[in-house]
Design a protein around this ligand. Structure first.
Ligand code: MG
Length: 359
C-alpha cells in the first residue's frame, strides 16, 4: 500500500506498507483480519513475507474446517507454533470480525469496549527540517489533537525537543525511539530526555532489553512506555515484575491478536499503568480493529489511529473510518461492514494470494 510520503523512523524510511489480509468465511458470512508487520524484519523478527507464509503453510490449515468457538480456542489450535504473533493476529483478528458479524454485535462491544468515542493523537515521523516539524505540530494543535508523538533517533533528538518544547511549552507530547538507543553509550542523551516534560518515552532501548529498561526506568522520572519489547501477555508480566515500564503501547498485531491485547489491557488496568493503542499504518481493516480495541475502558491515553487518507494513497475498504473534527473516532455510528474490502482495489495492489480450502 503506497504511502503519501515516506514514513521515517529509527528503522529507516518506508515508502509503502506491506500488510497481510486474511479473509475467513463461515456459514455464508465472511470477514477480514489484518496484520501489518513491515516489509523487512526491522520492527520485529517477523516481516510481511514471513507472516504470509506462516499463515499459508501452518496457521490456516489448522483452522480451516474446524469449529472455533472462542479466540482462546483458536490460539490453542495454533499454540504448537512458537512466536509469530503478527501471523497469529492476522488469523485471530479475522476470527473476531467474523464473530462480530455472526453475532450481529459491533466489534468494539464484543471486545468489551465501553467508550465508543475514541480519542486520537497525532504522530510525526522524522522530518526534513525542524521548521517543517514545528509547522506541522502547529497545525495539529490548531486541529485540537490532544497529544503529539514524535519519532526520534540519534541525531534527531535533543535539538528537536529543545525547539518543540521552546515553541509549545504546554503541549502534551511523547517521543518514540523505536529501540534506537543504548543504555550505556547513549546515557547522556537518555538522561537529557527527562528535561522536556514528556508524557512518556516510548521504547528507548532494544526490544530484548527488559532488564536495561528496568534500570533506565529507575534512573528516569519520565515514564517509559514499552512497544517492541512486549510481544505477549507473558512479556508484559515480566516487564511489570521487573519495573521495566510505567506505560504500555498495545498493538493487536505485535501481541498475537485481540485476545492477548485485551489481556494486556486488563493487566495494565490492574497495575494502574497508562495504556493506549498503537498503530502499524494498517489499511482500513486494521484501523477498524485497532479502533475497536481502543474503546476499552483502561485505554486512556489518546490512540494512534490513522485513517487511510492520512498516510495511504488509497484505502482498500468500502467505508474507511474517519477522525471527526473533535479528533475522535466515533464507533457507535459504524456498521458491521466497516472493514469490508473492495476486491478491485485489493487486486490492484496485492502481490500474492492463496486460498486454503476445507479438504
Ligand atoms: Mg512505537
Amino acid at each position: 500500500m503506497p504511502l503519501i510520503e515516506p514514513w521515517r523512523t529509527a528503522y529507516g524510511a518506508d515508502s509503502a506498507v506491506h500488510s497481510i489480509l486474511v479473509r475467513l468465511s463461515s456459514s455464508g458470512t465472511h470477514a477480514w483480519g489484518e496484520a501489518c508487520p513491515l516489509f523487512a524484519p526491522t520492527y520485529s523478527p517477523e516481516y510481511a513475507a514471513s507472516v504470509y507464509e506462516t499463515c499459508r503453510q501452518f496457521l490456516l490449515p489448522r483452522i480451516v474446517g474446524r469449529e472455533v468457538e472462542t479466540a482462546d480456542g483458536l490460539l490453542e489450535h495454533v499454540a504448537i507454533f512458537k512466536g509469530n504473533p503478527f501471523a497469529k493476529a492476522a488469523v485471530e483478528t479475522a476470527w473476531w470480525m467474523l464473530e462480530s458479524k455472526h453475532k450481529g454485535v459491533p466489534l468494539w462491544r464484543l471486545v468489551g469496549g465501553t467508550q465508543p468515542e475514541v480519542s486520537c493523537g497525532e504522530d510525526f515521523g522524522i522530518q526534513d527540517s525542524i521548521d517543517q516539524l514545528l509547522c506541522r505540530i502547529e497545525r495539529a494543535i490548531e486541529r485540537g489533537y490532544p497529544r503529539v508523538k514524535l519519532k526520534v533517533m540519534r541525531g534527531w533528538d535533543i535539538e528537536v525537543l529543545q525547539a518543540v518544547r521552546g515553541a509549545f511549552p504546554k503541549l502534551t507530547m511523547h517521543i518514540d525511539c523505536n529501540g534506537g538507543y543504548d543504555l550505556r553509550s547513549d546515557w547522556t542523551t537518555l538522561a537529557a530526555f527527562d528535561r522536556f516534560d514528556l508524557a512518556m518515552i516510548e521504547q528507548p532501548l532494544a526490544s530484548d532489553d527488559l532488564l536495561e529498561h528496568a534500570e533506565l526506568q529507575q534512573r528516569l522520572a519520565t515514564p517509559i512506555c514499552l512497544d517492541e519489547s512486549i510481544k505477549s501477555p507473558k512479556d508484559f508480566a515480566a516487564a511489570l515484575k521487573l519495573g521495566s515500564c510505567r506505560a504500555i503501547n498495545v498493538k493487536p498485531g505485535r501481541v498475537g491478536g485481540l485476545r492477548n491485547a485485551i489481556r494486556i489491557h486488563d493487566m495494565a488496568g490492574d497495575a494502574g499503568m497508562v495504556a493506549w493503542v498503537g498503530s502499524m499504518l494498517e489499511s482500513g481493516v486494521g484501523v477498524a480493529i485497532c479502533a475497536a480495541l481502543a474503546s476499552m475502558p483502561h485505554f486512556t491515553y489518546p490512540a494512534d489511529l490513522f485513517p487511510a487518507s492520512k498516510f495511504h494513497l488509497h484505502d482498500i475498504v468500502r467505508s474507511p473510518l474517519e477522525i471527526g473534527t473533535d479528533c475522535r473516532v466515533n464507533l457507535s455510528r459504524l456498521d458491521l461492514d466497516i472493514a469490508d474490502v473492495v476486491y478491485e482495489r485489493l487486486k490492484a495492489i496485492a502481490v500474492a494470494n492463496a486460498i486454503i480450502a476445507v479438504r
